[in-house]
Design a protein around this ligand. Sequence first.
Ligand SMILES: Nc1ncnc2c1ncn2[C@@H]1O[C@H](COP(=O)(O)OP(=O)(O)OP(=O)(O)O)[C@@H](O)[C@H]1O
Ligand SMILES: [Mg+2]
Length: 357
Amino acid sequence: MIEFRDVHKYYGDYHALRGISGSIRAGEFFSLLGPSGCGKTTLLRTIAGFEGIDSGAVLIDAKDMAKVPANERPTNMVFQSYAIFPHMSVGENVGFGLRRDPRSKAEKAKAVEEALEMVGLKGYGARAAHALSGGQRQRVALARALILKPKVLLLDEPLSALDKKMREHMQVELIKLQRQVGITFVLVTHDQEEALVMSDRIAVMFEGEIAQLADPETLYRRPNSKKVADFIGTMNFIPAQVIGEQGGQIEVEAKGLGRALLNADQCPAGQGDAPMVGLRPETLTLMYPGQTTTERTVDGIIDEVIYFGDMTYYDVYLGGTDVEVRLSMRNTPGRPILDVGTSVDVAWSPSALVLFR
Ligand SMILES: Nc1ncnc2c1ncn2[C@@H]1O[C@H](COP(=O)(O)OP(=O)(O)OP(=O)(O)O)[C@@H](O)[C@H]1O
Ligand SMILES: [Mg+2]
């Protein structure tokens, strides 16, 4: 549906997009994820046609967009600053794009009401737009874009002004809606959890480049660099040494854990970093007295206990070394919260490791 071919963009001397390539499939929920200033909004604006590019190409439906102005592209954008018209009512805002729609007044009013219902603002149509909260304005902007059913909907942090409950509600609503209407969504977010929850695929961006483009599970389980691993969720990094290769596998010696054989998919291409293995907190398990495991175990000492209600995080020194890892345990009935200073066994599995180097 959308293809980037080595896209470069400068703002004066500043190289904002540094060779973006990749494609977004029709009907996909695609997210651009990255820290503030990495170029997410800029890239989204090149799809919409609000931003020109200095070299490369942006294609929509296999057509080069170089000479196609924004208003002739099959896209609609919800802006980061959710610009709504303050002098109009909520209903007039949402129905704005239907001005030249040949449907009857009653049909249009019904479409407006439906769009408002989707964003949790049923019955707000007659309200003055300027009298809304920031989160409500953001939802009006969303309804105004949705009502047009564009082929590609570009969403620039559309949920950032919403509280946690409303944001989670809108995330589910957007996923449902996207499945119903089958339009291609491109979402910009700096919230990694939001990207994981909502997307079919995610492009992780740093400093004007795509660092990894993959589905959420691959990004989480097999990040291709330390930087991506660090940006998405929590990852323990443990100093390691590469011992050698055997039949496509790589043997490593990780401080505190010992030796392990890793498959090729656990060893992304090197980035020139000091070798380290990465391990997610939930892949490590605290062993309670009398428990057994088929995984490997290592002894440890609890250094810190962080209680989260449903979960407890433990920071544990491993194998009598100064290597400290964070592990997470679900707080199920009969599972006591252990104290700082307790000696424990920690179960782990070589298949959960990722090698960065
Ligand atoms: N019109 C402009 N003129 C000059 N520099 C710009 C302009 N727009 C953006 N930039 C710069 O380009 C870089 C990328 O900006 P962009 O808005 O794409 O970032 P972003 O990833 O959307 O960040 P955020 O999460 O904060 O919205 C930033 O360093 C920004 O300062
Ligand atoms: Mg932005």
